[in-house]
Design a protein around this ligand. Structure first.
Ligand SMILES: Cc1ncc(COP(=O)(O)O)c(C=O)c1O
Length: 393
């Protein structure tokens, strides 16, 4: 590999990619693979999506950056339509997912101080065991993954970790100073962990009763991945704040956002938060195109249909090398029999069989192909998993 000057913060599979079109990518030697990771869902609309590339190219020729010191003609339409898509009033655009989460935490704390009346410095936020919200110092402070956390102290105070999927644990952790509960509707990095039916609705009820904000981190689960625009819509839950990212940038530029109603977002006033690149015209042009594509419902429908196909194919492999499969929309967590091989070994075998995927936590693999993948792509993924496991056809 030729990236020995890059810091060693990743352990990539030994493949050097050069080109991509929809769900297919090609390495420097000309071998083609199906991208079943899709940039951790940043490529929900595939590589080189024509509508997105056209939107980006058009904006590149006009203007790319203004900074928020001035207005741009792209911010208004993007934020208006993203707010409408998510059923909220206001959008605060940022760049990366971790920045969106940091922004949501800041909004929650400020709301706690200014609206709920919690003494500044006492604001308390409840988070979940097995969470993944990014890599900043504050966010890793409440990670339960020692690899993400060890050696990076001192850790930010003000967070309590409770068991994911256990609404009673949320109730018990609430104090008069609690301002928010932050959770992923489905834990992506955790291995596509789906909470028990009714959990999200119950957390919504508990947070409402206790005047606590519910923040759903939909950075990986949102924007069509699970067959609905937001994964939390599966239980008809409306959170107070959503964090969005990854697919919002169309696989082209980093675009993230926090969306909320004015009673919450209104605590952010001039000078209290910002980002040089957040809401730049190029990001807005691409993000707006993503929003327009999701507004048709077509990609959510595709996620549900292709997801059903993927789920059926994978479920047939349970007991034949797979211990368990969890799916929602076009998103799957596969637990490989640890006696057979590690998740990493399974990914290497998948690669030999023309599919790129990523292991997470020992023997789990996550599959998240583009929502634009074809039925043949999905069949090829299932077939590659079968071969990697050495299961009979
Ligand atoms: C749920 C969730 N939140 C936040 C993030 C962080 O996003 P980023 O890597 O863009 O900072 C991720 C990334 O995997 C994520 O899955």
């Amino acid at each position: 590999m030729e990236d020995e000057h890059a810091a060693h913060n990743y352990g990539p599979l030994p493949v050097v990619l050069a080109e991509g079109k929809n769900a297919r990518v090609t390495d420097v030697a000309g071998k083609t693979y199906i991208d079943a990771l899709a940039g951790y869902s940043a490529l929900n609309f595939g590589h080189g999506n024509e509508e997105l590339i056209a939107a980006a190219k058009e904006q590149l020729d006009k203007m790319t950056l203004t900074s928020r010191a001035f207005h741009s003609d792209r911010l208004g339409p993007f934020t208006r339509d993203l707010a409408a898509l998510t059923g909220k009033d206001m959008v605060l655009p940022m760049n990366t997912g971790a920045e969106a989460v940091e922004t949501a935490l800041k909004i929650a704390r400020k709301w706690g101080a200014d609206v709920k009346g919690v003494e500044n410095g006492k604001q308390h936020i409840i988070v979940m065991d097995g969470n993944f919200h990014g890599r900043t110092t504050t966010i890793i402070s409440f990670s339960t993954d020692e690899e993400a956390r060890a050696g990076f102290g001192p850790y930010a105070p003000g967070f309590s970790v409770v068991e994911y999927g256990n609404a009673q644990a949320v109730r018990e952790a609430i104090t008069p100073d609690t301002v928010a509960v932050l959770l992923e509707p489905i834990q992506g990095e955790g291995g596509v962990v789906i909470p028990p039916e009714g959990y999200l609705a119950e957390v919504r009820e508990i947070t409402r009763e206790n005047n606590v904000l519910m923040i759903c981190d939909e950075i990986q689960s949102g924007l069509g991945r699970t067959g609905t625009t937001l994964a939390s819509q599966y239980e008809g839950v409306e959170a107070d704040m959503y964090t969005l990212g990854k697919a919002l940038g169309g696989g082209i530029v980093p675009v993230s956002a926090v969306v909320a109603n004015e009673d919450v977002m209104g605590v952010i006033t001039k000078g209290t938060h910002g980002s040089t690149f957040g809401g730049n015209p190029l990001a807005c042009a691409v993000g707006h195109q993503v929003v327009k594509m999701l507004a048709t419902g077509e990609h959510q429908k595709a996620a549900a249909e292709r997801g059903k196909q993927l789920a059926e194919g994978l479920e047939a492999l349970v007991g034949k090398g797979l211990v368990a499969v969890r799916t929602r929309g076009l998103w799957a967590g596969l637990d490989i029999d640890p006696e057979l091989m590690t998740g990493r070994e399974a990914c290497e075998k998948l690669m030999e069989n023309g599919v790129l995927a990523k292991d997470t936590h020992g023997s789990t693999i996550r599959l998240a192909p583009p929502l634009t993948a074809t039925a043949e792509d999905i069949d090829a993924i299932v077939e590659a998993v079968r071969k990697a496991l050495g299961a009979d056809a």
